[in-house]
Design a protein around this ligand. Structure first.
Ligand SMILES: Nc1ncnc2c1ncn2[C@@H]1O[C@H](COP(=O)(O)OP(=O)(O)O)[C@@H](O)[C@H]1O
Ligand SMILES: [Mg+2]
Length: 439
């Protein structure tokens, strides 16, 4: 009897120990205990899971089978073993699963006739079969697919904004894979940031401001909602437009600046400002636009010309800005063709896409374009309780679910004040530009 008690006590202690380990240091618990158990069960259940998720193929195999033979005189059917061809379900070959920070990943060999798309289609079924939060499919080379499973949603809690020391490169949040979410204007110059109200658009703009404020870049703001969003950051902004007339002037300045830089590059036979010697390299300009629709919205007919001019100027900046160090970050609830003819062309120039929670499927389609349909499904599934979660498509042609770090207006304002001395004056930047004729 006492043996039983001792055994039970030992078990309880072991359980409590494991629980405490898991609680206090989850990463080591995961690598040493959690992952091996899961890896074994994933391998052991793979035939059943593949069969259930429709990832197997019928193949003809030679196999020992039992076939009914003669009926014996006793009435019992005698079975015989025979070697014959039968159809068997074959599963895709699976390598050993490897642990990742938030789950595990495993490489499979596709069966004949299968594409990575077949696996992407089965991803949700696989996630449910394995009891994991999500399964993402990628294909590193033909004939191989990698399934990456995340155990729990890693985006429920994200931590503090880290410093961003590299020029024009800001870590704004975390990807679902556990990797940092980086907005790098030098690889992807122009961005669209769409989402419903309260979805986290401004939070992301705040994160950019905090990240870029200590860097040697000029920040320019367009805030046509009366300047309520960006005015607190004015100390670090080189220019801020809060009305239609101001934005038109500022956009014309930007175009003139671009043309000036074009001349500079031509003289030095450089393709872009980064090929210029650092001594004469002009300062990069990041343009933040808070509500893009406001730029295009017409209150009355008299504004039509101004809007057309602004739209053309913005489009020129988008088309040519990259080489001359002018980068766009356009936020908006809807960035659709219904705003005006220039918007579709502008969107085509913005290769960086961020889609926060949206109210209608069209906005997601509009923002993410013809990305993988699974990305659209994922975008529509973003919950209102998790503002800052977005679908991101950028440099590598892949899409990711990500969440921005929480950056309050207060934090951004503090950063703007702390680095106010780094803001190049707009007059200085535009000093040697030819003045517009009508000025
Ligand atoms: N990444 C995030 N993490 C936590 N909370 C966030 C995050 N992003 C936004 N929020 C919360 O959601 C609210 C709305 O965000 P905001 O950026 O103002 O949305 P939008 O500009 O799209 O209307 C903010 O007040 C903030 O508290
Ligand atoms: Mg906002």
């Amino acid at each position: 009897m006492s043996d039983l008690y001792a055994g039970l006590t030992a078990l309880a202690l072991l359980g409590a120990g494991l629980w405490a380990w898991r609680h206090w240091h989850y990463p080591s618990f995961w690598y040493i205990v959690g992952f091996p158990i899961i890896a074994i069960s994933v391998r052991a259940s793979w035939r059943r899971v593949a069969l259930g998720c429709g990832l197997t193929k019928k193949r003809q195999r030679w196999w020992f089978t039992t076939v009914p033979g003669l009926v014996a005189s006793t009435g019992i059917v005698k079975v015989k073993r025979r070697f014959q061809r039968v159809a068997v379900d074959t599963k895709p070959f699976m390598w050993l699963p490897l642990p990742t920070r938030h789950g595990w990943c495993v490489t499979l060999h596709t069966l004949e006739g299968q594409t990575p798309g077949d696996y992407a289609e089965a991803a949700e079924r696989l996630a449910h079969s394995w009891g994991v939060h999500a399964v993402r499919v990628s294909s590193p080379r033909p004939g191989r697919v990698v399934l990456a499973a995340t155990m729990r949603d890693p985006l429920v809690r994200v931590d503090q904004l880290p410093p961003s020391p590299e020029l024009l490169k800001v870590t704004v949040g975390r990807l679902e894979t556990g990797k940092p979410w980086i907005i790098d204007f030098r690889t992807v110059p122009h961005w669209i940031n769409a989402g419903a109200t309260q979805s986290g658009k401004s939070n992301l703009a705040n994160a950019l401001i905090v990240g870029l404020a200590p860097q040697p870049v000029a920040l320019v703001g367009f805030d046509l909602k009366g300047g309520v969003e960006f005015t607190p950051y004015a100390p670090r902004l080189s220019a801020l437009a809060t009305s239609r007339t101001e934005s038109l002037t500022l956009l014309e300045d930007l175009v003139a600046l671009m043309i000036d830089r074009m001349g500079l590059c031509r003289q030095a036979s450089a393709r872009n400002i980064w090929q210029l010697p650092p001594a004469i390299r002009p300062v990069p300009v990041v343009v933040l636009i808070d509500e893009l629709a406001e730029l295009y919205l017409m209150a009355d007919k008299s504004e039509k010309d101004d809007i057309a001019k602004a739209s053309t100027a913005l489009l020129r900046v988008a088309q040519l800005g990259r080489a001359f160090g002018i980068y766009l970050f356009c936020c908006g609830q809807r960035i659709g063709s219904d705003l005006g003819p220039g918007v579709t062309a502008l969107r085509a120039q913005c290769s960086g896409r961020i889609c926060h929670r949206v109210n209608d499927p069209e906005t997601a389609t509009m923002t993410l374009g013809d990305l993988d349909p699974a990305a659209l499904v994922s975008a529509r599934a973003i919950a209102a309780e998790t503002p800052g979660v977005a679908i991101v498509a950028g440099q590598d042609g892949q899409w990711y679910r990500a969440r921005s770090f929480y950056v309050t207006e207060h934090t951004a304002e503090q950063a703007a004040h702390a680095h106010a001395h780094l803001a190049p004056a707009w007059d200085e930047i535009t000093a040697h530009l030819p003045k517009p004729v009508n000025a």
